[in-house]
Design a protein around this ligand. Structure first.
Ligand SMILES: *Cc1c(COP(=O)(O)O)cnc(C)c1O
Length: 413
């Protein structure tokens, strides 16, 4: 595809150069239609049995985006007391929030209990703590599925080498702790990892947790985890996650379980990236182009403080070049390395990437930045964090987070 932003009409008729001039760069730009479509799609993964998609809000906690998830019928997963507070503020009732933390303090666990929020315990130690704080309560446990999947070692969260969940061999101890504190194990959950495009490892993990679930009698819900991928190489025509095929293959696995268990508990999944990644781009300005030892560097204001995924996980983000408000054609490409403005040699957005030749004053438009984008921003090099704008369904533009200022940073001293 020559241009995703043209094909999807991402800016809904707004001129990206005008957006950059009005709101400054770097700028996160979101598209409401795309966000809503993805949130709606995950809400319909299972239709035959009771089901909710719990949007994993660590991917993007902008309160205005949480409100979209609320309206699209998603429930939410929170990883911290802070995320719970964001969700309550966005209007989520406590019943629609699931707390899936790891290694939390007594205070943080107590916060969830005080707010009546279902909590999953990630270890026997945390289950002990929960029991001591909330005797007679209802709780969930996170199972380590023994297998993992994902795009990078750092995002594989299931399997024998990862820190997450309780391994199957400790299930007898789960029951012992539950008995000691009169706890009901109302749910089990898992998460194998992030960004898989092939459904098979996930389906295997579903089969596995359903086998384990047969040992738990009082389950109100079983949560299969998130991780559905999105095509980060869309300009090279990478295929989307095969959602329809996935749904078809999932159903008989659920049928089999429901027959054995005798009833259908609530099934859940926890997608983060799938809901929000493709609904955002970053607009950044090219400030300097240089040639060092035969290499061409395009220097932008999209540093690793603005988007850390390429530096942190070697992640690929497609980049489109915009000149005077128009996408530059990809008919003629030349190898360039796109960097930010941070004093680190690892501050690279794209390495030796064939792109239309970039010139000072162009805009670099980085695709698929809605997940783990702003939520992982930092103020490294004392650079305030960027603004976020939402292109609404009717094409109007709404600032959904103002740009941080140096005064905001100074206020903490
Ligand atoms: C991060 C996370 C998710 C979401 O992962 P995605 O790859 O964004 O879908 C779901 N569940 C848990 C427990 C997570 O930590």
């Amino acid at each position: 595809m020559n241009s995703f932003i043209e094909q999807s009409n991402f800016f809904e008729g707004n001129n990206p150069e005008e957006l950059a001039k009005t709101y400054g760069t770097p700028l996160y730009v979101y598209n409401e239609k795309i966000l809503r479509a993805r949130m709606d799609a995950v809400a319909k993964v299972i239709t035959k049995y009771p089901y909710t998609a719990n949007y994993s809000v660590k991917a993007n906690t902008n309160i205005h985006i949480l409100k979209l998830a609320l309206e699209e019928g998603n429930n939410c997963d929170a990883m911290s007391a802070g995320e719970i507070q964001m969700l309550l503020k966005a209007g989520f009732p406590k019943e629609r929030i699931f707390f899936v933390p790891n290694n939390v303090s007594e205070e943080e666990m107590q916060f969830a209990i005080d707010h009546g929020i279902m909590t999953s315990c990630d270890s026997l130690a945390q289950l002990e703590l929960y029991g001591s704080l909330n005797k007679g309560g209802k709780v969930a446990v996170r199972i380590n599925p023994g297998v993992g999947a994902g795009h990078h070692e750092k995002v594989i969260t299931g399997g024998k080498k990862t820190k997450f969940g309780i391994s199957e061999e400790f299930i007898p101890q789960i029951f012992e702790i539950a008995a000691k504190y009169n706890l009901t194990i109302a749910g089990i959950n898992q998460h194998i990892g992030s960004l898989f495009m092939d459904p098979q490892p996930y389906l295997d993990a579903v089969t596995n947790i359903l086998r384990i679930a047969l040992q738990f009698k009082d389950l109100e819900f079983i949560d299969f985890g998130g991780g559905y991928g999105i095509p980060y190489h869309k300009l090279d025509d990478e295929a989307v996650f095969p959602m329809e095929d996935f749904k078809k293959r999932l159903e008989p696995i659920l049928d089999d379980f429901v027959a054995k268990y005798g009833r259908a508990p609530l099934f859940k999944s926890e997608p983060g990236r799938f809901c929000v990644a493709e609904g955002s781009v970053i607009l950044g300005r090219v400030h300097a182009v240089k040639h060092n030892n035969g290499k061409t560097f395009a220097g932008t204001d999209i540093g690793m403080n603005v988007l850390v995924r390429p530096s942190m996980y070697d992640s690929w983000h497609d980049i489109e070049v915009i000149r005077e408000g128009k996408v530059v054609s990809r008919d003629s490409l030349m190898e360039q390395t796109v960097t930010g403005n941070i004093c680190e040699s690892g501050d690279l957005l794209a390495k030796d990437r064939p792109l239309p030749e970039m010139k000072r004053g162009d805009l670099a438009c980085v695709l698929d930045t809605g997940a783990y984008g702003w939520s992982m921003c930092s103020t490294y090099n004392s650079r305030p964090r960027p603004a976020e704008v939402l292109i609404c369904k009717d094409g109007s533009v709404k600032v959904i987070r103002r740009r941080e200022t140096i005064d905001d940073l100074m206020r903490l001293f």
